[in-house]
Design a protein around this ligand. Sequence first.
Ligand code: SF4
Length: 371
Amino acid sequence: MSERVIPLVDQRVASLPAHVPAKPIPTTGLLGDALGRPLRDLRISVTDRCNFRCSYCMPKDVFDKDYPYLPHSALLTFEEITRLARLFAAHGVRKLRLTGGEPLLRKNIEILIEQLAGLRTVDGLPLDLTLTTNGSLLTRKARALKAAGLHRVTVSLDGLDDAVFRRMNDVDFPVADVLEGIEAAREAGLGPIKVNMVVKRGTNEHEIVRMARHFKGSGIVLRFIEYMDVGATNGWRMDEVMPSAEVVAMIHRELPLVQLDPAAPGETAERWGYADGTGEIGVISSVTQAFCRDCNRARLSTEGKLYLCLFASQGHDLRTLLRSGATDQDIASAIGAIWQGREDRYSELRASLPPDDGQGVRRVEMSYIGG
Ligand code: SF4
């Protein structure tokens, strides 16, 4: 078992100033990055805290009681988040995903959702307003989230076996409560619901077919996510990755599958339908089948840094600009310039990069910018 390298450098401090370009960049909704990819999807982290300690995201030995979580004053206010989201929408964003940490831990998140629900795309349509959660608070919150204007939820669930699930969330949280939360979301009308399972070889691959059977015919789309080398603290190893091709083959042997076309450009999941027509699954294969070529996602950290890739090591500080009294045009131009310069495609390059010796550039933590 190789030693896990725990970095002492707090990656959150490393950021680039967001410059306002001399020549304003108009908000046309057609902004493209350096590889011609449009800006369509904004993931907004509303907290760096979580009540779970999933080992592949927030390992307990790093994110312990002494971990320097962000003070409330450092977080963007709901008004600041909404203002930024409005400017991103003017540049072409059509979908907002609220993430964390665990977003439902952010107090009064319903107020933010109400504000975001009032925004419009460049062609006057409501934005697709979604949220990714570990489901622990859904039973209590589902109705209020729906009433505030949330469209749908994605719930993380890494297994049905209670012992396996408790081990993976590492806070002894029972699987039954998450399943109850999913039901509450369904009853509240927060659908179509998606469930994400991170597959870690040697930990939960024996739960794959059981999960598929459980959600087959339920209308809930189950997605299997390859274990990723996100951040710098989860001790990632390639031999703990179960390639999606193996996951699909495992299910197909018991529940025949047929491949489906992508539902939307830039979709991260490869879709497979049950041959008997009773639903579909998805696989998200950042390690073995990179999908950077049409990645249209930007990420906003909870303190206002713009990250252009899940595996980025630095963000662009929009909060300073926001709090400096800059105009909407200035901030929109700064966002435009940052996106136009984007060349990120980490997953495509991963195999060609030198092995991580713990001394190189540190990737930002997924719990800080959302999955
Ligand atoms: S690795 Fe980065 S660029 Fe590639 S799909 Fe993921 S977030 Fe997008």
